[in-house]
Design a protein around this ligand. Structure first.
Ligand code: HEC
Length: 281
């Protein structure tokens, strides 16, 4: 019975995929382009099952739920998020994720998708940090994840292009670079220990290299459905997981340090296409 339901699911999701008449390119097409460009890199082609599943990515359901939430008047101020400015003007979602993190004059800060979304949920809708809408950060059932999946999908196929005009944008990227190469904690790992060589594996996983932008874009393409978690995950969640893996203390969601890391890793994929929603191990 369960199996039957699982088989029925992709059909419904395939329809959702077709209905998606968004921005640049479907994620599976952007990924296919990268596979050709890299002559079938071992990182991009490591899971034939995932490649086959891409058009039926369970993340599409989360994207759809996110679209409904985005347009729905909510919170104490009973407002939708349609006036939220993600950097390209109020309500402009096309290509917005591809240009984050970026500096926002209204807060005087460099913000990523997560922190900018929370900012709008507070200022436009009146939610506070204690409301579940903001407090629950992780998993496909959370508002934050649904909204990020929807907004992120509107950049699929567009080149990563986080602006580096404001001094703070540059400073955040540079701070992230220092974090990436700094060895620390009980295992004395840096991110670079595992992410600066091409084609190396840890057990079954092929590790993406930060020097290989054509591969790296898939590594940093979040939101993505993680099959091993059966959840859609965010960039902020990936940063948390990487540091946890390195036996670091938990990083604070939305902290400047987390945004710095995301600034650095996005800059390293500059010019390569966003693949969102992606499907990962
Ligand atoms: C001990 C080796 C190791 C270290 C150190 C490490 N990673 Fe990873 N990283 C991995 C492995 C293995 C995966 C694949 C995870 C998986 O398949 O679940 C991964 C996955 C990732 C991904 C997602 C890749 C994908 O395919 O979706 C990103 C981005 C990433 N790491 C960034 C970092 C950053 C940033 C740091 C430092 C804060 C870091 N990693 C530290 C081993 C490491």
């Amino acid at each position: 019975m369960l199996k039957k339901n699982l088989l029925a699911l992709p059909v419904a999701l395939a329809v959702a995929g077709v209905a998606y008449a968004g921005s640049g390119m479907l994620p599976e097409d952007a990924l296919e382009m990268q596979i050709k460009k890299t002559n079938s890199s071992s990182y991009l082609t490591q899971s034939p099952q995932n490649l086959m599943m891409m058009p039926d990515n369970p993340a599409w359901e989360v994207v759809e739920a996110g679209e409904a939430l985005f347009k729905q008047p909510r919170g104490p101020k009973n407002a939708s998020l349609e006036k939220c400015d993600f950097g390209k003007g109020p309500g402009v979602l096309e290509g917005a994720h591809a240009e984050l993190p970026r500096y926002f004059a209204d807060t005087g800060k460099v913000m990523d998708l997560d922190t900018r979304l929370v900012h709008c949920m507070k200022t436009l809708q009146g939610f506070t940090n204690d409301d579940p809408a903001i407090k629950q950060k992780h998993g496909s059932k959370t508002d934050i994840m649904k909204l990020q999946a929807y907004i992120g999908s509107k950049s699929s196929g567009m080149p990563w292009n986080p602006p580096m005009n404001h001094p703070l944008e540059k400073a955040m990227r540079d701070a992230g670079e220092v974090m990436f190469y700094r060895r620390s904690a009980t295992m004395d790992f840096s991110c670079a220990t595992c992410h600066t060589q091409t084609g190396k594996r840890i057990r079954a996983s092929v590790l993406p290299s930060v020097y290989d932008a054509a591969d790296w874009t898939k590594a940093i393409s979040w939101p993505a459905h993680r099959t091993s978690h059966e959840q859609v995950r965010s960039s902020q969640h990936r940063v948390l997981e990487c540091l946890w893996q390195m036996r670091y203390p938990d990083i604070k969601n939305g902290s400047d340090a987390s945004i710095a890391m995301i600034s650095f890793w996005t800059d390293a994929a500059r010019g390569e296409p966003v693949i969102v929603p992606d499907l990962k191990r």
